[in-house]
Design a protein. Structure first.
Length: 586
């Protein structure tokens, strides 16, 4: 097949083409309005133009994820476009890039931090001007295995030199090996030793175009007395417990004028009382430009920890920036949605969506605490009036009353019910159903077995059908009701042990599961009851979630003065206690 031929691709084929999982393609379709529209197929299994898909991958910088472009005499080969043909070549991953969904949290953090360095990082300076080297240098003074430096090299290529130091000799050797394997261009250097106490990157003091660093998470208290007069402490001598503030200043000391440092820290450094004077000096001087709260679990050196990014810039002359931009991305459910391209950061920082960001005047931050947590200054709530709360509670009361009427009435059978059973393996041999792999594209009406022990569901023909699928069971609807099968399989599957890492039944175990032998009309009666109960379960869960949110908003209204305490709550409180006890008894 020629790469120029306009072939139609299914979602599964796009996933294979891009070298990602099928769920990634589903996410692209739902999260990116610019993703190509279907050109054929069916509603449940649409097809897309290969030409449009490849163009979209190029335009979004996901072209490095493209795995294949067609067949050649030597087999399948990787597609490669010239860097100059991209909208912003420096913001796209290189040929060694990987899909964002395939990155570890640490690798994703490294890509995010590298993307915050401005394009001016690659601007060279004359070799005799203030001892600044001709080739721009980006440093990592605590480089571990070189993950951050490799992300910088991936972004800027041979337009910069990277240099690092690592206290652990084996990690430093790994960093040098990783850079040697992945970074070809300008020289790089990696040193072993404690950069904070024995700086082997001292020749770059005041000369680095950029610095990226995640200080060691488990570093012991540093010897403040021994280094109390160190010129690096431009903003104040850090206390022994404030090791991260020592690293922040250490990184800043290496910057050239207008150079940018991106330092990953823990939330405690934003509020710790002992570091208040240093935070105040960073804010007052204009050196601290941005504070970004990231989703939990993106740490490099301490996976699972909360990470905040401080973006610092050495001013050229007197700083005219009177504000610090605070960004709160901690509520993002999927860390892969955090911007990891410079253009995306530019847009986010320029628009300043009030739900997640705010430019705070520096004087406003210089209070008694100098609290730099974005959540302290950004209100994610939409303020409501007292009348809004009145209408909301009235609506909730009506909904709860209506839900009560939806509970079904079941009667006992006239005679004991005794079923004869058939296994799914027997039904498969008779052609009543077909058990397919997780890679099959579900159709509306198929039975879906899920990972992580979640109950079986019936495919609705939407993008959500692809999420967490372990097996797809294709059903002959003229012989078997899908909801009937899901109901009985739900109880039978729970009785079988799950031993694989997916938390799902194997195909062999699934074929051993049994369902009653019943006429199709009787199956549909069971299936309709199951579908009603399943929908009721979803409604109750949604209503409980909404109720909890309303209570939270009401507490916020009371504490902010929007509402005043209600009168006559004593009797209502007793009633709530009674209902709570009855609920527990159920």
């Amino acid at each position: 097949m020629s790469p120029d031929e306009d072939e139609e691709l299914t979602a599964a084929a796009i996933a294979r083409l891009a070298g990602v999982g099928r769920a990634a393609v589903t996410n692209w379709r739902s999260r990116h309005p610019s993703f190509p529209k279907p050109v054929g197929g069916s509603r449940h299994s649409p097809t897309f133009s290969r030409t449009e898909v490849e163009a979209w991958l190029r335009a979004t910088g996901k072209d490095a994820q493209l795995a294949t472009a067609g067949r050649t005499d030597t087999g399948t080969q990787r597609v490669a476009w010239p860097r100059e043909s991209l909208p912003d070549a420096r913001d796209s991953a290189t040929s060694q890039g990987r899909a964002v969904t395939d990155l570890t949290p640490g690798q994703l953090l490294a890509r995010v931090m590298a993307s915050l360095l401005p394009r001016t990082t690659t601007i060279a300076r004359p070799a005799d001007a203030d001892h600044i080297p001709e080739v721009p240098v980006v440093l990592d003074p605590a480089c571990a295995d070189g993950t951050l430096l490799m992300a910088v090299a991936d972004r800027f290529g041979d337009d910069v030199k990277v240099a690092g130091q690592e206290v652990d000799e084996s990690a430093a050797a790994a960093a040098a090996l990783n850079l040697r394997a992945s970074y070809i261009g300008q020289p790089y250097e990696v040193h072993a030793g404690d950069s904070l106490l024995a700086n082997q990157l001292a020749s770059y003091i005041g000369a680095a175009a950029g610095v990226v660093c995640e200080p060691p998470f488990d570093q012991p208290q540093w010897p403040a007395d021994e280094l109390a007069t160190d010129p690096r402490w431009k903003f104040g001598v850090p206390a022994p417990r404030d090791g991260e503030l020592a690293w922040v200043q250490h990184c800043y000391a290496h910057l050239r004028p207008r150079g940018v440092a991106v330092v990953a820290i823990t939330p405690r450094t934003c509020v710790q009382p002992s570091g208040r004077h240093i935070r105040a000096a960073l804010v007052r001087s204009g050196a601290l430009r941005d504070v970004i709260a990231l989703p939990g679990g993106m740490g490099l050196t301490a996976p699972g920890s909360d990470v905040y990014l401080w973006v610092l810039q050495r001013p050229y002359g007197r700083s005219n920036d009177s504000k610090v931009r605070l960004i709160d991305l901690s509520k993002i459910a999927d860390p892969a949605d955090v911007p990891h391209e410079f253009a995306a950061w530019e847009q986010l920082l320029e628009e300043l969506n009030p739900a997640i960001s705010k430019a705070v005047p520096r004087l406003e931050l210089l209070d008694d605490d100098v609290n730099l947590l974005p959540s302290r200054h950004i209100s994610t709530r939409v303020e409501a009036s007292a009348d809004d709360f009145t209408r909301l509670f009235s609506r909730l009361r009506a909904l709860h009353s209506h839900v009560g009427q939806l509970f079904p009435h079941f009667s006992p059978p006239a005679a004991p019910i005794r079923h004869s059973y058939v296994t799914l393996g027997e039904l498969e041999r008779s052609g009543t159903l077909t058990i397919r792999s997780r890679n099959a594209t579900p159709r509306a009406g198929d039975l879906l077995l899920h990972t992580l022990g979640r109950p079986p569901t019936v495919a609705a023909g939407t993008a959500e059908d692809d999420i967490g699928v372990a097996q797809v069971v294709e059903i002959d609807a003229t012989r078997l009701d899908a909801h009937f099968l899901a109901a009985f399989l739900r109880s039978d599957a729970n009785a079988l042990p799950v031993v694989n890492t997916l938390g799902a039944l194997s195909r062999a175990d699934l074929r051993r599961c049994r369902v009653p032998r019943l006429p199709l009309a009787e199956q549909r009666r069971y299936g309709e009851s199951f579908r009603h109960l399943q929908q009721l379960e979803e409604v109750l869960a949604a209503l409980a979630k909404t109720g909890a949110h309303v209570v939270d908003q009401t507490i916020h209204g009371l504490t902010t003065g929007i509402l005043s305490p209600s009168r006559g709550l004593m009797k209502n409180t007793d009633d709530v206690h009674v209902v709570n006890e009855e609920t527990r008894a159920l």
